[in-house]
Design a binder for this molecule. Structure first.
Ligand code: PBG
Ligand code: ZN
Length: 324
């Protein structure tokens, strides 16, 4: 049947009709709020992040309070990023697997004081002098040598009570190394959410400022993916699945909606997408300047969900939770 019997606008007639016929719905439990925790910060002195309007670095106590408050608004999960004291960084990233490290302490307190699902970013870049995601020899980022350190980090987070570890380093074989490491010491129940498809993206720029993890030399292109590639993304995801990942992730999200869609069509695992710092800051800047309105936030999150993401890590979580 064609026009005039068929009229698409009937489905758009009123807010109520649009509400009941909407194909994609965003729920509070879809969203994950990143938490930036900085070692040594005084309570009550959250630090604004210059390149990320309305995002802050928190002390452990204040970060936990912030998580708790969002939990009361219906948030289900957070992902923790740590910034250790600059003076403790070394070549082997040891503050990353210190029992009393900033992330380990935060995880413990979050689990004690909230009902949130706690996810931790597992990587070396914020903790090593080189600022690279792996162990470095001269100007090379070593793959196999890095795996045991990633496994140590994941175990230290599990000992602190983390629910899900999320390796973001892009070394080959890290999901298997972490799974074996965790299982070897009795943490079979800790999930792995793998940053399976992580592109070497300029959209991470504000994040590196937020956690001081800019590489001291070179770039991350020998381990993060080339933005031109989609078939390679499917291979990455397939390997992570075979190595034991529980949840797959695509990162960034916005310029990679086709990748999210392809992975969703190819795999039956829960799919996460990371709406990264640069995607956040560009919209915030546009809103601040008056070029855009706040509505772009919901439109953006909805687009990521429509592309196939079951979970969305987003700095906008805190801004939209109350509207869901
Ligand atoms: C570090 C890491 C990065 C992000 C998450 N974990 C940055 C990078 O790889 O340079 C990006 C997060 C964001 O931009 O919001 N492995
Ligand atoms: Zn890293």
């Amino acid at each position: 049947m064609n026009f005039p019997m068929t009229r698409m606008r009937r489905l758009r007639k009123s807010p109520e009709i649009r509400d009941i016929t909407r194909e994609t719905k965003l729920n509070k439990e879809d969203l994950i709020q990143p938490l930036f925790i900085k070692e040594g910060l005084k309570n009550g002195k959250k630090e604004p992040i210059k390149s990320m309007p309305d995002e802050y670095r928190y002390s452990i106590d204040d970060g936990v309070l912030f998580g708790k408050k969002l939990g009361e608004e219906g948030l289900k999960s957070v992902i923790v990023f740590g910034t250790p004291m600059e003076s403790t960084k070394d070549d082997l990233g040891s503050p990353a697997y210190d029992k009393n490290g900033v992330v380990q302490k935060t995880i413990k307190k979050l689990k004690e004081e909230t009902n949130l699902v706690v996810i931790s970013d597992v990587c070396l870049c914020q903790y090593s002098k080189s600022g690279h995601c792996g162990i470095v020899n001269e100007d090379e980022v070593l793959n196999d040598e890095t795996l045991e350190y990633l496994s140590k980090i994941a175990i230290s987070h599990a000992e602190a009570g983390v629910d899900i570890v999320a390796p973001s380093d892009m070394m080959d074989g890290r999901v298997l190394a972490i799974r074996e490491g965790l299982d070897g010491v009795g943490f079979e129940d800790v999930l792995i959410m793998s940053y399976s498809v992580k592109y070497a993206s300029s959209f991470y720029h504000p994040f590196r400022d937020a956690v001081s993890s800019t590489p001291s030399f070179g770039d991350r292109k020998t381990y993060q993916m080339d933005p031109s590639n989609l078939r390679e993304a499917i291979r990455e995801a397939e390997l992570d699945l075979l190595e034991g990942a529980d949840i797959l992730m695509v990162k960034p999200a916005l310029a990679y909606l086709d990748v999210i869609k392809s992975l969703k069509d190819s795999f039956n695992l829960p799919m996460a997408a990371y709406n990264v710092s640069g995607e956040y800051s560009m919209l915030k800047a546009g809103i601040e300047k008056g070029y855009l309105t706040e509505d772009v936030i919901m439109e953006t999150l909805m687009a990521i969900k429509r592309a196939g993401a079951d979970l969305i890590i987003s700095h906008f979580t805190k801004d939209v939770l109350n509207e869901l």
